[in-house]
Design a protein around this ligand. Structure first.
Ligand SMILES: Nc1ncnc2c1ncn2[C@@H]1O[C@H](COP(=O)(O)OP(=O)(O)OP(=O)(O)O)[C@@H](O)[C@H]1O
Ligand SMILES: [Mg+2]
Length: 445
């Protein structure tokens, strides 16, 4: 068993806001909500929900169960949990001078006599472990991204007398189960509901808050900034503006390139060539082939030939790999392909000519990042990309899915935009959360 006793950097506390203090103290003597079993903090991004909830949850577990119990700590995935909860949690424990042991391989933490089991709600196998557990409490971060079955199971597991459940999330659609089953029924189910806005985090400067406000529009602004449970309806990229984003197809001195591929066997296959010019990225040109419309399906080999032609002489291995020319790095950094197109990826690898990269194909995070890239004018489109423009005007949220509480685009007219999303999400917004650091990257927060 590998244990980590590495000391984390201490968390540097700033004053807590009134809302954060309510979240910190709701379970204490003297609070009118002391007898409640569940707290839900929802609202804007970066509004201080997670930090205050970690402090509240830990102190409650120490206070209520000094003899030791088992607890659940859950995030959307183990990766997200480590980034968003465990990292600040260890810093907070260090700041408090409280020792802990973290078992990385088995994902549990021991603090005094208490054990905290960590779960990724998207992992089928974690459900099994959860099933066998009797817990005295749970902390669920970003709970609106969990399947309802996990939330129900988690609550069911907290059967020790005096158990409490701490949940936080950003809003989703109005028919989402967290809204219908918990927030709307808060009084009846004796749930303490706290709504956070960005002003509830006193550690953010006005400048940073203003930057967050500028990053979002439409449904994303309403949800992530105003913290409202509103419908995602109509056109998805309503911040796309031809007058801004459509630019003439002219030569630019691009410093590097990527190609993003959406591969379809029955559906169309598209490629997009992205070039970097200054700080902006341009979709230089597109390729679009629909076997159904053309009456002829293409094979992987056919598409590979088209890809070679599309890339042209941007990546000439012999020329660019002159061993005496250290500066002639190939300008084409990678061909990014949806990982589900396994045979096409294998073929590109086998040919060995272009570097190939699996796309990060998470739909909603990707859409949000494309929306931010449009809103903040990071990406532009040459006017030759006619299929892309057509899709911008017909790419809509699926109203049926909204009624089920899910945010989903309709699976039509999404091929160029899927490839664009792979590029933006995989290349421009890769890596961990960077919201605080001042650059535009949103990472996977
Ligand atoms: N009292 C505090 N002292 C110091 N830093 C704080 C405090 N409260 C919040 N922060 C910092 O503000 C940032 C946002 O806080 P937090 O992660 O808790 O927000 P959130 O509401 O959970 O955001 P999201 O919805 O994006 O997950 C973090 O960097 C956090 O460390
Ligand atoms: Mg959070």
């Amino acid at each position: 068993m590998r244990r980590s006793k590495r000391k984390a950097k201490s968390f540097r506390f700033r004053p807590f806001s009134i809302k954060q203090r309510r979240l910190l103290n709701w379970w204490r003597d003297g609070s009118p909500y002391k007898g409640y079993d569940i707290v839900i903090a929802d609202g804007a991004i970066r509004s201080g929900k997670t930090i205050a909830m970690i402090c509240s949850f830990l102190q409650w577990t120490f206070d209520a169960f000094p003899k030791g119990e088992d607890f659940i700590i859950a995030g959307k995935s183990i990766g997200a949990l480590k980034r968003n909860v465990l990292k600040p949690m260890f810093q907070i424990l260090s700041a408090w001078g409280i020792p802990y042991e973290y078992n990385r391989s088995e994902n549990f933490i021991v603090i005094g006599r208490n054990t905290y089991y960590c779960f990724g709600a998207n992992n089928e196998s974690s459900q099994d472990v959860l099933q066998g557990l009797t817990a005295a409490g749970a902390l669920a971060d970003e709970v609106a991204l969990f399947p309802q079955s996990f939330v129900d199971q988690m609550i069911g597991r907290c059967s020790v007398d005096g158990s409490k459940i701490f949940m936080n999330c950003n809003p989703r659609g109005p028919y989402h189960f967290m809204k219908l089953e918990f927030i709307d029924k808060a009084d009846e189910k004796r749930i303490y509901h706290l709504h956070f806005t960005i002003d509830d985090n006193l550690s953010l400067s006005e400048k940073v808050k203003e930057r967050f406000r500028r990053m979002f529009s439409g449904v994303f602004f309403k949800r992530y900034i105003l913290g409202l449970w509103v419908m995602a309806e109509g056109i998805i990229y309503d911040m796309f503006d031809e007058a801004v984003h459509k630019v003439p197809t002219v030569e630019r001195n691009y410093s590097e390139y990527y190609v993003a591929v959406d591969y379809g066997t029955q559906n169309p296959t598209t490629f997009g060539l992205w070039g970097k010019h200054g700080k902006s990225w341009y979709k230089v040109k597109e390729y679009y082939y629909s076997g159904r419309d053309e009456g002829k399906q293409k094979t992987d080999e056919d598409y590979y030939k088209d890809l070679e032609k599309f890339i042209g002489d941007l990546y000439d291995k012999d020329r660019n790999h002159d061993p005496y020319d250290y500066y002639s790095e190939p300008k084409l950094k990678a061909v990014i392909v949806d990982p589900s197109a396994a045979s096409f990826i294998a073929l590109i690898k086998q040919k060995g000519k272009f570097p190939v990269m699996n796309a990060n194909n998470e739909v909603l995070d990707g859409i949000r990042n494309v929306a931010t890239a449009l809103k903040t004018r990071m990406i532009f489109f040459n006017d030759c990309c006619t299929n892309t423009f057509r899709e911008f005007y017909s790419y809509v949220w699926d109203p049926k899915a909204q009624e089920r509480g899910e945010d989903k685009p309709t699976k039509e007219n999404d091929h160029c935009l899927d490839a664009d999303r792979y590029f933006v999400h995989t290349v421009l917004f890769n890596g961990p959360a960077t919201l605080e650091t001042g650059d535009l990257g949103l990472g996977n927060w």
